[in-house]
Write a protein that binds this ligand. Structure first.
Ligand SMILES: NC(=O)c1ccc[n+]([C@@H]2O[C@H](COP(=O)([O-])OP(=O)(O)OC[C@H]3O[C@@H](n4cnc5c(N)ncnc54)[C@H](OP(=O)(O)O)[C@@H]3O)[C@@H](O)[C@H]2O)c1
Length: 338
């Protein structure tokens, strides 16, 4: 797999990033209950992904109860001795038994806990899972900057930020001479394109690499859900009924029809087309996909090499188009962009 730069940083990552949110069988206290996979399957997925060239992996302290996902990844590092070959991303910010938030105190504590669970001395990309309006951005950045200087963290990234806060953060880094975010992890897929309004232009201007999460809409864009049919047993959207009712909307079925049409022309699958569409977006560095079985992983891997032509992209863009609204419609009409 051809490596790509993560934004304007010197870090090189594979176009597909392995999402570890499903690793480990979480108990009923976790939002991941019944939608993950056991340790053995998780280890097999990690081994196969790395063998296929997927060297960029993403986890978080909060995936599975009490750091379960990080522990499963750490056990794989220990058993395989392959830590060096992986660009490892994790996150802090949501509630853990020892605290939450983006204060200096919690960031330093969270980093120590993650390092221990992951059985490693360093994190390649340490990300704030969501902005924290209760903490000054400068405090968060100074704590992250310290971790970089201590060698515990190599690069820092942001996830789930409002665009204004992200720009504020990037300017704070610049004006105070602190480490800056090099990556932006946001929900981005054919079904969720809202960040194209503000975040994509910010990423372009400031050299952030976008790393989309839930690129398959949690499984919807694989084509295994069909209008009027019950969700496949054991699938995520069979478990997350409220999410299923939210995505069961005419535009999403229209998007899926376009994905199916492109897939048929390309001799590809719906998952591969949905992932490849994101990989054709210039600001996207790597796509964080989920796979809960080896079969799903194998199906998703060829997306990294799938080339879509202008007609394919037009069909997918038009089916998933979103209303511009003011001021973007005004700016677009006069300048063709914003
Ligand atoms: N920063 C954030 O706030 C945030 C939030 C969410 C996720 N993430 C990151 O993004 C990663 C991916 O998120 P996601 O799991 O929601 O991504 P996704 O790729 O949209 O969905 C993955 C799920 O879709 C189904 N699936 C995947 N490939 C399939 C295939 N070929 N055929 C049939 N079904 C298939 C599986 O679920 P079932 O088999 O259960 O149906 C799988 O668990 C996570 O692991 C995490 O690292 C970040």
């Amino acid at each position: 797999m051809q490596l790509r730069a993560l934004g304007r940083s010197g870090l090189k990552v594979s176009p597909l990033c392995l999402g570890a949110m499903t690793f480990g069988e979480a108990d009923a206290s976790s939002f991941m209950h019944k939608v993950g996979c056991d340790d053995q399957t998780s280890h097999a997925i990690m081994s196969r992904a790395l063998e296929a060239g997927v060297q960029f992996w993403d986890t978080a302290d909060v995936y599975g109860q009490d750091g379960l996902s990080e522990r499963v990844v750490g056990e794989w590092f220990k058993a395989s001795g392959q830590r060096d070959r992986v660009v490892l991303a994790t996150k802090f910010r949501f509630v853990m038994p020892y605290g939450k938030g983006a204060s200096r105190a919690h960031i330093i504590r969270a980093c120590e806990h993650s390092l221990r669970r992951l059985q490693t001395d360093w994190i390649d990309l340490f990300q704030i899972h969501m902005q924290d309006l209760d903490v000054p951005e400068e405090e968060t950045l100074r704590a992250l900057d310290d971790l970089v200087h201590q060698g515990k963290v190599r690069y820092i990234g942001a996830s789930n930020y409002a665009a204004w806060r992200l720009v504020d953060s990037l300017w704070t880094s610049r004006s105070q001479g602190l480490e800056r975010f090099v990556a932006l992890q946001m929900q981005y897929s054919l079904m969720e394109r809202n960040l194209e309004k503000e975040h994509v232009p910010v990423a372009r201007e400031f050299g952030l690499g976008i790393i989309p999460w839930s690129p398959l809409g949690g499984g919807f864009l694989t084509g295994k859900y069909r209008p009027g049919a019950p969700p496949p047993e054991g699938s995520r959207l069979a478990e997350w009924k409220d999410r299923l009712s939210r995505v069961d909307a005419p535009q999403n079925w229209q998007i899926l029809a376009a994905v199916d049409a492109v897939a048929a022309r390309r001799g590809a699958t719906a998952s591969q087309v949905s992932l490849a569409w994101l990989l054709h977006k210039p600001q996207v560095s790597s796509v964080i996909f989920g796979a809960r079985s080896l079969a799903q992983l194998e199906e998703n891997l060829p997306a990294a090499e799938l080339v879509l032509d202008a007609a394919d992209l037009k069909e997918l863009d038009e089916a998933s188009a979103w209303p511009l609204h003011y001021p973007y419609d005004f700016l677009h009409r006069i300048q063709g962009r914003w």
